[in-house]
Design a protein around this ligand. Structure first.
Ligand code: GRF
Length: 207
């Protein structure tokens, strides 16, 4: 049986990437992370991939005339490895139809708010500034918009008096690191169904 192949796109620290790698190593992710795509060759996530022995496709957007140009190169790397699922984990660039269309229904993102509230950049700061008492995390399919695709899973995180970006980010990241590998394991087990905007998760197969 060929394994389920995953590519992770990330630009930064890579705590979600690490959680996915840990879940792969311990066997419960149910698939193989075949590639890290990163637009910042100096980012900490690259070192994490190297330690885990995962191939990296590193690029600098400024070396290309357009987003479409580097995405075409990424698409070649993805097809070489037969990637089944693209997992965006702190990838700080909007994607074009070069990748969004062929991977429609096979590309997911994690966002630190309860969508549709606070899409885009600095979602944690936006929630604090707005004064909501409850925020959280959303995992969603990627479509052509900014954090607009169908929601797959959400978890709430309470905002408490005295919270600042550092304290709230810490609690949000801890929940993200549990939720994201779990959601990816639903994909590798073939349990995720998409019907219009509605996502349902099938019961796990009986052992
Ligand atoms: C996470 O908060 C995620 O929700 C957002 O970017 C951040 C990435 O963090 N999309 P890390 O690089 O995985 O630590």
């Amino acid at each position: 049986m060929t394994s389920y192949r995953i590519a992770v796109f990330a630009s930064g620290r890579g705590s979600n990437f690490q959680a996915l790698v840990d879940a792969m190593v311990s066997g419960w992710l149910g698939g193989e992370i075949s590639l890290l795509v990163c637009d910042k060759p100096q980012a900490a996530v690259v070192e994490r991939a190297r330690k885990a022995g995962i191939d990296c496709f590193l690029f600098q957007p400024k070396d290309y005339a357009s987003r479409e140009d580097y995405e075409r190169e990424i698409a070649v790397e993805l097809s070489k490895r037969g990637v089944d699922l693209i997992v965006l984990a702190g990838y700080m660039r909007l994607l074009t139809s070069v990748l969004v269309e062929p991977y429609s229904g096979r590309m997911i993102n994690i966002h630190p708010s309860l969508l549709p509230s606070f899409p885009g950049k600095n979602a944690i700061g936006q929630a604090l500034d707005y004064g909501v008492k409850l925020t959280g995390i959303s995992v969603h399919f990627v479509d052509g918009g900014m954090d607009t695709g169908p929601v797959i899973a959400q978890r709430a995180v309470e905002i408490v008096e005295g919270d600042d970006e550092a304290s709230l980010s810490g609690r949000i990241h801890a929940v993200e690191q549990q939720l994201y590998p779990e959601v990816v394991s639903w994909f590798t087990a073939g349990r995720v169904n998409l019907n219009g905007r509605i996502v349902t998760i099938a019961e796990p197969a009986a052992r």
